[in-house]
Design a protein around this ligand. Structure first.
Ligand code: G6Q
Length: 550
């Protein structure tokens, strides 16, 4: 494989960067009245304004040439049609099949996987309707009121984020709780809020071997059995979402209470599968199907729209542009929507676990920087905290602003203010405030020339900070599905350009392995000498603190 940096398209972008890097966003807007119309896209109900970026039509063309040179359309086809796009685990990545609403087959090893997908959805519908309508009862005959999802990583972040994002559509009896951390405080805090007679536990684990999840699940089971419930009652209160029926059975969950998925569903891409059960219980199967439809509509767009008009491709190319040509290694996600408060955390896993790689698909080292650091918090809160660094700090941090135009809780002028803040921030980041503007403003407020001079360095803003703005009419299940799929495909396209595998996560495994061996040493409670001096010192200090060694 040719490293992307050796491609002519990459070199052309490098030369182009030298030409345009000193042209400001203000100048680009001043020179072109139609910039907003030129740099906008619509797909699956989402609107993207990408005009506030350091690009010209030439930049856009060169970026699209890079996507062509990296075979993005062919790579999309390989993923959509079940090719082994995750070669280190010998797997396809077919989250798109989970939301395939086209009626077309998706073949894996000569078998259409769609009938299995539909069968699980049908079982999930029947089960969730019983829990929602109260006909599924606990061991004392009462309807379920609380659902505790026990899972971590991909088996937690996606469902948690979506349940929160779609809170206005939530069932009015069922309360959802999520426990992920092995820190006992997490399960303790969930259990202190619920009643064993009316609580259902979902143990969500693809592998059903994850230490944190199994530890929390065992503690939940003990808590349940410590009430006046019997072992036979477990089947009314515990369900499993997993690919590992054997381990589910060994844990003591009736496999009739297990909803399966397949190894071609990656953890961080699994909220469309049975792992989405908390979402289904919260919003109901009909709305979950709208959520799948939103993602499918974005899939169709990603797969068929020309590269220049393709929304995930455009967002990915902009990330490559900043990451590799502007050395901007951090990317802010700022949802102006309180219900999307876990969306940045969810995207952090999606992007950083997928594209935090240093080798190409063939194992050779990459020459260019790969995935940036992704982070964020909902606006407007961020404006009163970290936005200072974006406006006046020394780092260039591209941002994505996400805004639903219509509030699901319209109260007074709240939505207008939220919107005003969203648009004001991207404008302020881009336009900044120069010395003349500041002087005019300060003079009008009665400041002397001396004072203006003294404060001008502190109170001027260089501006020229790029951003994208994504608008949606309302954050419905359909819109959320489209939004998540947009970012999934963006991550995929970035990986295609860098020629890395976005579907494995070997980095996660190392920590898991070491934690296992250190846990064995802590449990043995003898002085440890097997690690480096720092790790030995920390373990031994902890053992001394617990009076387990002298
Ligand atoms: C996601 C990762 C990882 C995984 C968790 C939980 O893509 O693989 O975050 O989801 O480690 O794994 P289990 O679902 O197997 O418990």
């Amino acid at each position: 494989m040719t490293d992307p940096v050796d491609l002519d398209a990459w070199k052309a972008l490098s030369a182009h960067h030298d030409e345009v890097k000193d042209v400001s966003l203000r100048e680009l807007f001043a020179a072109d009245d139609s910039r907003f119309d030129t740099f906008q896209l619509t797909a699956a109900g989402l609107f993207l304004d990408f005009s506030k970026n350091h690009i010209t039509t030439r930049t856009h063309e060169l970026l699209v040439s890079l996507a062509e040179a990296c075979d993005v359309p062919a790579r999309f086809e390989r993923m959509f049609t079940g090719d082994i796009v995750n070669p280190t685990e010998h797997r396809p990545a077919l989250h798109t099949a989970l939301r395939n609403r086209s009626g077309q087959p998706v073949m894996v090893d000569g078998q259409d996987v769609m009938s299995d997908v539909r069968a699980v959805l049908t079982r999930l519908r029947t089960f969730s309707e019983r829990v929602r309508d109260g006909s599924w009862t606990g061991f004392t005959g009462k309807p379920i009121t609380d659902i505790v999802n026990i899972g971590i990583g991909g088996s937690d972040l996606g469902p948690l984020m979506a349940v929160e994002a779609l809170a206005p559509f939530a069932h009015d009896r069922l309360k959802l709780h999520f426990v992920s951390n092995v820190d006992g405080s997490h399960i303790h805090s969930a259990l202190s809020k619920v009643d064993p007679e009316t609580t259902m536990f979902i143990v969500a684990s693809k592998t059903f071997t994850t230490q944190e999840t199994l530890t929390n699940a065992h503690s939940a089971r003990s808590w349940f059995l410590d009430s006046h419930a019997s072992r036979a009652d477990i089947s009314k209160h515990f369900v499993a979402l997993s690919t590992n029926a054997e381990a589910v059975g060994e844990f003591g969950i009736d496999t009739r209470n297990m909803f399966g998925f397949w190894d071609w569903v990656g953890g961080r891409y699994s909220l469309w599968s049975a792992i989405g059960l908390p979402i289904i219980l919260s919003i109901g199967m009909d709305r979950f199907e709208q959520f799948l439809q939103g993602a499918h509509d974005m899939d169709m767009h990603a797969r068929t729209a020309p590269l220049k008009e393709n929304m995930p491709v455009t967002l990915a190319l902009l990330t490559v542009w900043y990451n590799n040509f502007w050395q901007a290694y951090s990317h802010l996600i700022a949802p102006y929507d309180q219900y999307l408060h876990r969306f940045p955390a969810y995207l952090q896993q999606l992007t950083m676990e997928s594209n935090g790689k240093s080798v190409h698909v063939d194992g050779s080292p990459v020459q260019a920087a790969t995935g940036p650091v992704v982070w964020g918090e909902p606006g407007t809160n961020g404006q009163h905290a970290y936005f200072q660094l974006l406006h006046q700090g020394t780092h260039l941090i591209p941002a994505d602003f996400i805004m639903a135009l219509e509030s699901l809780n319209p109260i007074g002028i709240h939505q207008e203010l939220l919107m005003a803040n969203c648009f004001a921030q991207s404008e302020a980041l881009m336009m900044g405030k120069n010395r003349d503007e500041l002087a005019k403003e300060m003079r009008a407020a009665g400041a002397s020339d001396e004072e203006i001079e003294r404060l001008s360095g502190h109170r001027t803003f260089a501006g020229n900070r790029p951003s994208n703005t994504l608008l949606v009419q309302q954050m419905t299940p359909h819109a959320l599905g489209a939004l998540i799929a947009l970012y999934e495909h963006k991550v995929f396209v970035e990986a295609a350009i860098w020629d890395i595998n976005p579907f494995d996560q070997w980095g996660v495994e190392l920590g898991k392995q070491l934690a296992k061996s250190i846990h064995a040493e802590i449990a043995e409670a003898a002085t440890v000498k097997t690690h480096d001096a720092s790790t030995n010192g920390l373990i031994n200090r902890a053992l001394k603190f617990k009076n387990l060694i002298a």
